[in-house]
Design a protein around this ligand. Structure first.
Ligand code: C5J
Length: 222
């Protein structure tokens, strides 16, 4: 038992680091680098880079303290059998999921764009969850892994704040996990969505969880 009191909005929260996992959502080249899925949708991908440094610092502290770290990647099978047609059919056909791009086929598993960015590559033994949807629990074995490790608290960071981070936090909250979201460890292509996304988590007494900072988490990890 390694209890820590974390400063957070709407209230400080006491967690047990031995029952906590850090989940890094979709820090993939496809979302953060030019030529990937995010760029294909017309986004300014440079906005997501701001989360890399804070996440790297959090992972360093978590790994040094033996805290479970889990990574997720959004993407599809090469035959796109797991990609809903309505998801694939969105946008310019030349830049859709499965189309060839400078980092390989867009949002397809095994392609360079599907990889996690070099600064945040998973360490040996850290689970990597490949997910077909926005939420990390949907059609994955994430919940099984967490229950087997008796995890009760999730620190959820990554991209994008209002899409895959939010969806995962909502899924986790409904499954009974306490969620902490370090705002500086998340990023969005839209500044206002990032801000409002964090507010939505902490509103109404913490309806989905607690919003904190990577520094507030790290200071409790020796
Ligand atoms: C999106 C994600 N935005 N990882 N995916 O499509 O947030």
């Amino acid at each position: 038992m390694r209890e820590a009191r974390i400063s957070a909005d709407p209230a400080p929260v006491v967690i047990d680091w031995d029952r906590t996992a850090v989940i890094v959502i979709d820090m993939q080249r496809d979302f953060l680098e030019p030529g990937g899925f995010g760029a294909a949708l017309g986004n300014d991908v440079s906005k997501l880079g701001r989360a890399v440094g804070p996440i790297a610092a959090l992972l360093k502290a978590a790994r040094a303290n033996g805290v479970l770290v889990i990574h997720t990647r959004e993407g599809h099978r090469p035959d796109l059998a797991d990609a809903p047609p309505y998801k694939v059919e969105r946008g310019d056909p030349a830049m859709r999921i499965g189309a060839p791009g400078p980092m390989g086929r867009i949002l397809v598993r095994g392609e360079p764009g599907h990889d996690i960015v070099p600064a945040l590559v998973p360490a040996a033994g850290e689970p990597v969850i490949d997910k077909p949807g926005k939420g990390a629990f949907y059609e994955t074995d994430l919940e099984l892994i967490l229950r087997n490790r008796r995890v009760e608290t999730l620190v959820v960071c990554g991209v994008t704040t209002e899409v895959c981070v939010h969806t995962t936090v909502r899924e986790a909250n409904d499954r009974g996990f306490r969620c902490l979201v370090p705002g500086d460890g998340c990023a969005s292509y839209f500044d206002e969505f990032h801000e409002v996304g964090l507010k939505m988590i902490a509103a109404q007494g913490g309806i989905f969880g607690f919003v904190t900072t990577t520094a507030s988490l790290i200071e409790t990890l020796p």
